[in-house]
Design a protein around this ligand. Sequence first.
Ligand code: UD1
Ligand code: UDP
Length: 365
Amino acid sequence: MRRRPVNILAVLGTRPEVIKLAPVLRLVKKDKKFRLRLCATAQHRQLLDQTLRVFGLKPHLDLDLMRPDQCPSEILSRTLAALQGVLRKEKPDILLIQGDTTTVWAAALAAFHEGIPIAHVESGLRTGDLKRPYPEEANRIFTDRLSSLLFAPTPLARKNLIEEGIDPRKIFVTGNTAVDSLLWVLKRPRPWTCRTVASWAKKPGPIAIVTLHRREIFGKPLKGLLRGLLKTVEKNPHWRWIFPVHPTPQVSKTAQRLLHHPRILLAPPLDYLDFVRLMKRCDLIVTDSGGIQEEAPTLGKPVVVMREKTERPEALDRGNYLAGISGKNLERALSIKLKLPKCNPFGDGRAAQRIVAAIKSWAGL
Ligand code: UD1
Ligand code: UDP
C-alpha cells in the first residue's frame, strides 16, 4: 500500500494546453493522494496568462521562455535546457503533459532523460503526414513513443497507437478533455469581457468566426486564404465575420494588412469564456485550430477546416468539412458545410475522471 502522495509535475506552455489540462488539474488538486506541482514554460506569454486566469490556475514555476517570432528549434532548446533543472529539483513520480506543442515534446524528452515516467493526455492523434500539421505531427509521435500512460481521446486514436506498436495496456480511451472544459464553462455564464465583440455578437444576423495560426500556412497560403475570405465576405452581404487574431506575427501582420472590410472584425485573442460564448452565438466557424474542431461539434456548430489533412477525422462530413488551404475552396466549402448533419464524437465531459482513475491505478492507489 502506497503511503506518500503521488508527486505529479504538470508542464504546460500554450493556450490549448491550459484549456485541456485544467479539468485534470482540478481533480488532482482536490485529491489528497496527489501532490501537484505546476510548471509553465510560457512558450506563450499573453495567451497563457489570459487562459490561466480563466481557470484560476497559478503555476508554482514559470520559465518565461517565449521570445517574439520564435521558431520551434529555439523554443525546443530553451525548454529542454530549462526543464532538466526543474525535473532534477522536483523529482516527480510522473510528468503530466497534454497535446503536441514544442513544450510537450521538450518536456517528454527531458523526462525521458531523467528516467521519469510520462502521462500523455490526447495521445494517438495522427494525420499520417509529418508535415501536416508541422511540427506537431512529429511532436505527437515522439511524445507517445516515450510515454508510460497514453490517454487516447477516441477509439481511432487508440487504433493509431496500436498500429505503431505501443503496448495496448498503456492506452486508455478517455474522451477529449476539451469537452470537459467546454461543458464546465457553459455552466458558468459570465458577461462579455471584450466589448467590441460583444456589440457585434448582440446584433442580429449570421456570424462566422475565423481563426488561423498553423505554421504550414505561413506566407503564400495564408495570403491566398485571406484573399479568398475577402471574396466570400463580398459575396455574402448578410454575414458578418469575427476574426480573433492569433498573436504570432506571421498571422497578425498579414491579417492586419489584407483584411480591411466593414463586415470583418479583427479582434484580439479572446479569453476562453468570451470565445465559448461567441462559438455558441455564431452560425459557422472557419478554422485551422485543433481544439475548435472538437468544441464546435459539441456545440452543434458547422466547421470549415482550413487544412489539407486533419488528425480529427471523426467529425468529418458530420459537421466538420475539410476544405484544404486554398482560398478558392472556401466559398464552395461554405455551401456544402452548412447542410451537413451534426455529431459529437470527441467526448462526454468525463475524460478527466478517467485520466485521474488511470493514474491512480498506475500508482497502485
Ligand atoms: C503553438 C503550437 C501549436 C498550437 C498553438 C496554439 C508549437 C510548435 N506550436 O503555435 O501547436 O496550436 O501554439 O495557439 O508548439 N505569441 C505572442 N504571445 C503569445 C503567444 C504567441 O506574442 O501569447 C507570438 C510570439 O511572437 C511567438 C509566436 O507567437 O514567438 C509563435 O508562438 P509559438 O508558441 O512558437 O507558436 P504558435 O504559432 O503559437
Ligand atoms: N480559443 C480562445 N480564444 C480565441 C481563440 C481560440 O480561447 O480567441 C480557444 C479555443 O476555444 C480552443 C483553443 O483556444 O479551446 C484552441 O487554441 P488554438 O487554436 O490556439 O490551438 P490548437 O487547438 O490548434 O492547438
